[in-house]
Design a protein around this ligand. Structure first.
Ligand code: CIR
Length: 253
């Protein structure tokens, strides 16, 4: 169960955020509306949402998932791998001290973005990506061990972040597409496949038995719904233009 979430408002500078999608620049006003609807969706799942002010000097700072990993016993502040995102961690320690007694941090040369970390009960899968390096992953593994968790490292080939292509929906159900459909590390899960044309919907999020699914992916919606979940569609088209999905927009704990 999650009870809280932290989000950060998008800044007008988001139109200059990092992207590999060839989808044009986001419409900032529409992004603001979508962000507000996203917050309402989190609240409708029972979460108390803290909304941080925008950080205009960091165009990608609305993708707050990447700057911290939150567990039930500790918080780990990351060092984002993208140099333009390093400063997004400002203020996080002070904020997280309200909620966590134990706060750790990934130190350079280690880099890690928490979009590369997927929690499955007390085990954490850590994707090695262009943003998360082996030093960062090993530091995280040590912190996880310190707090009684386990972890393992997953090599990524095609995706930006691990959770771009895979999402744990509890109950041993794993939403997966592309390279993860046959990945040996995930074969013990009940895989709910997402077809290539709907790969963006592999970044859906489980919140207290409701699954938030990006709007516009009917097959994914049907697959998740048929697996027995309540589903809630949320339109995040403007964040998609920056390679950001539903999970990237919040820290849930
Ligand atoms: C970036 O490239 O860093 C942002 N434009 C998107 C970050 C998405 N975050 C995530 O998948 N956890």
């Amino acid at each position: 169960m999650f009870t809280k979430a932290i989000v950060r408002k998008p800044a007008p500078t988001m139109i200059n955020g990092l992207t590999s999608a060839n989808d044009g620049k986001p419409d900032f006003d529409l992004a603001v509306q979508q962000h507000e609807a996203y917050i309402q969706a989190l609240e409708s799942c029972g979460l108390e949402v803290t909304c941080l002010e925008a950080l205009p000097e960091f165009p990608d700072s609305t993708f707050i998932e990447d700057v911290a990993l939150l567990t039930n016993t500790c918080a780990i502040i990351t060092t984002p791998g993208a140099p333009s995102r390093r400063g997004e961690i400002q203020g996080m320690r002070g904020l997280l001290e309200h909620y966590f007694e134990n706060i750790e941090a990934i130190q350079t040369p280690g880099t890690l973005e928490a979009g590369d970390v997927m929690m499955v009960d007390s085990h954490f899968f850590i994707g090695l990506s262009a943003r998360t390096n082996l030093w960062g992953a090993h530091q995280l593994l040590a912190y996880l061990q310190k707090y009684g968790f386990t972890g393992s490292v997953v090599d990524l080939k095609e995706v930006l972040h691990l959770k771009t292509g895979v999402a744990y929906l509890e109950g041993n159900n794993l939403l997966a597409c592309g390279e993860f459909l046959t990945h040996p590390d995930f074969q013990s899960f009940n895989i709910l496949p997402i077809e290539p044309s709907e790969s963006y919907a592999a970044n859906s999020i489980w919140i207290n038995d409701t699954v938030l699914v990006p709007q516009g992916y009917p097959h994914a919606l049907q697959t998740i719904s048929q697996a027995g979940y309540d589903v809630l569609e949320v339109d995040v088209s403007e964040f998609r233009k920056l390679d950001g999905g539903l999970s990237c927009l919040s820290l849930r704990f």
